[in-house]
Design a protein around this ligand. Structure first.
Ligand code: PGA
Length: 246
């Protein structure tokens, strides 16, 4: 499976900065690249990205498709501006915007109905890790979001394991933890998706940078990375992706 590196810009980057960034990204032959900017840069970035073979995603999406939902953006609207995929259930959405597993399950359902590929983010908090609840928490997140999917839907699904305690903290999870959790996620996917499970990408996210990306991607069942802080400067991000090919 080709590795996928996703830059999650969160609430950073104005349009001109976004365009400057993408025009300075070195093209990649051996890995897939994606950028997830603010809603407002999706259309412009998509136009430039076409020539560079970079996918453009969205950081969020409404579970509804139209109507009186002030401030929301639907899957159809995202498709209208060329968005290739959406992140669902990022821990910042769960924690700051109080998105529950139930709401995320509805968003997954919507993505499936609208034929929008998605990356479902899962991960435990520090407290849950210390209580030894990591697998239980992740099992629950996967079960709630994905148990209603049918055979034909699984090619739209990727998973990102992002331990909450490793996001933006500089504390990357150890090789042992990443390996254990990714193996666990793969076996849960086997339970849910049968033989399709082996084709589902499982990404790691949480303080990924050029110094650790190579080791992380060499772990079994790690099919790519979701990168926040280290994806905000073209120079740093180029360094990071160049490590993957070496
Ligand atoms: P980070 O963020 O790389 O800054 O830890 C990752 C993410 O939130 O997706």
């Amino acid at each position: 499976m080709r590795k996928l590196i996703i830059a999650n810009w969160k609430m950073n980057m104005l349009r001109r900065e976004a365009i400057h960034f993408i025009t300075n990204i070195a093209e990649q032959q051996d890995i897939d690249l994606a950028i997830v900017p603010s809603f407002l840069s999706i259309k412009e970035l998509k136009e430039v990205a076409l020539d560079k073979n970079i996918l453009i995603g969205s950081q969020n999406m409404s579970e509804h498709n139209h109507g009186a939902y002030t401030g929301e953006v639907s899957a159809t609207m995202l498709k209208d501006v060329g968005c290739d995929f959406v992140l669902l259930g990022h821990s910042e959405r769960r924690k700051i915007f109080l998105e529950s597993n139930q709401v995320i399950a509805k968003k997954v359902e919507r993505a499936v109905v609208e034929d929008m590929p998605f990356v479902l983010c899962v991960g435990e908090t520090l407290d849950e890790k210390e209580q030894g609840e990591t697998e239980e928490v992740i099992d629950h997140m996967l079960e709630e979001a994905l148990s209603s999917l049918m055979d034909a839907h699984w090619n739209k699904v990727s998973i990102a394991y992002e331990p909450v305690w490793a996001i933006g903290t500089g504390k990357v999870a150890s090789v042992e933890i990443i390996s254990q959790v990714h193996n666990f996620i793969r076996s849960k996917l086997e339970e849910l998706a049968g033989e399709k499970a082996s084709e589902i990408r499982i990404l790691y996210g949480g303080s990924v940078k050029s110094e650790n990306i190579k080791e992380i991607l060499s772990i079994n069942n790690v099919d790519g990375a979701l990168v926040g802080g280290a994806s905000l400067e073209a120079l740093t991000f180029n360094q990071l992706i160049s490590e993957v090919g070496i």
